[in-house]
Write a protein that binds this ligand. Structure first.
Ligand code: URA
Length: 209
């Protein structure tokens, strides 16, 4: 499981616990998700390429390192991915953004695509796909399959929560795509929800239930 990165920083774990509580309001759930996404962005961008630029401090000229945020693309799996996207854009404001609309067929739990919009020149970009829950893995697998058609330089997948079933499915379909998560929960239930989990991430972010 070398492609699996568990982000177990105490701040991440603390905020995730607060989000799991059923009494967390929409407002605090969204704020916590935003904060968590910023912290996770810190981990997932750790190996980002940097370049030297010439600058002038108040004392002298020097060279210093910068990242090229424009080379990075966050791809949000609609609709729950939006919650992570906002936090990540706070710390990498120059990143490009792609959206992929997938819904889970409630009977088959399979992903059905209804929207796909990516930036130009994907072959020159590093992609970070975001979705709070890696549950059955069907949406993540379908999203990564579509993105691979555009041959980006690299792809990573970031979620808040996953489970052994989701990891196994994703690693079987895309062993080359690293998974970053804040927790690996016990199991899926018969409706494809993660246990103990945090419920329906989209409903909790948008207050739709
Ligand atoms: N999607 C969710 O929002 N929650 C789950 O537990 C699984 C998939």
């Amino acid at each position: 499981m070398s492609n699996l990165h568990l982000i177990d920083h105490p701040l991440v774990q603390h905020k995730l616990t607060l989000m799991r509580k059923k009494e967390a309001s929409t407002n605090s759930f969204r704020r916590l998700l935003n904060e968590l996404a910023m912290l996770m962005a810190y981990e997932v961008t750790r190996d980002m390429a940097m370049q030297e630029v010439e600058i002038e401090t108040p004392l002298e000229k020097t060279t210093a390192k910068v990242i090229d945020g424009k080379k990075l693309v966050f791809v949000s799996i609609l609709r729950a991915g939006t919650g992570i996207l906002d936090g990540m854009l706070t710390v990498v404001p120059g990143a490009r953004v792609g959206h992929i609309g997938l819904y889970r067929d409630p009977k088959t739990l399979m992903a059905v695509e209804y929207y796909f919009k990516m930036p130009q020149a994907m072959h020159d970009r590093d992609v970070i796909v975001v979705d709070p829950m890696l549950a059955t893995g069907n949406s993540a697998i379908a999203a990564v399959e579509r993105i691979k058609e555009l041959r980006p330089k690299s792809i990573k997948f970031v979620c808040l929560l996953t489970c052994p079933e989701g990891i196994a499915a994703m690693q079987a379909a895309h062993p080359d795509v690293p998974i970053y998560t804040a927790a690996i929960d016990r199991q899926l239930n018969e409706h494809g929800y993660i246990l103990p989990g945090l419920g329906d991430a989209g409903d909790r972010i948008f207050g739709t239930k």
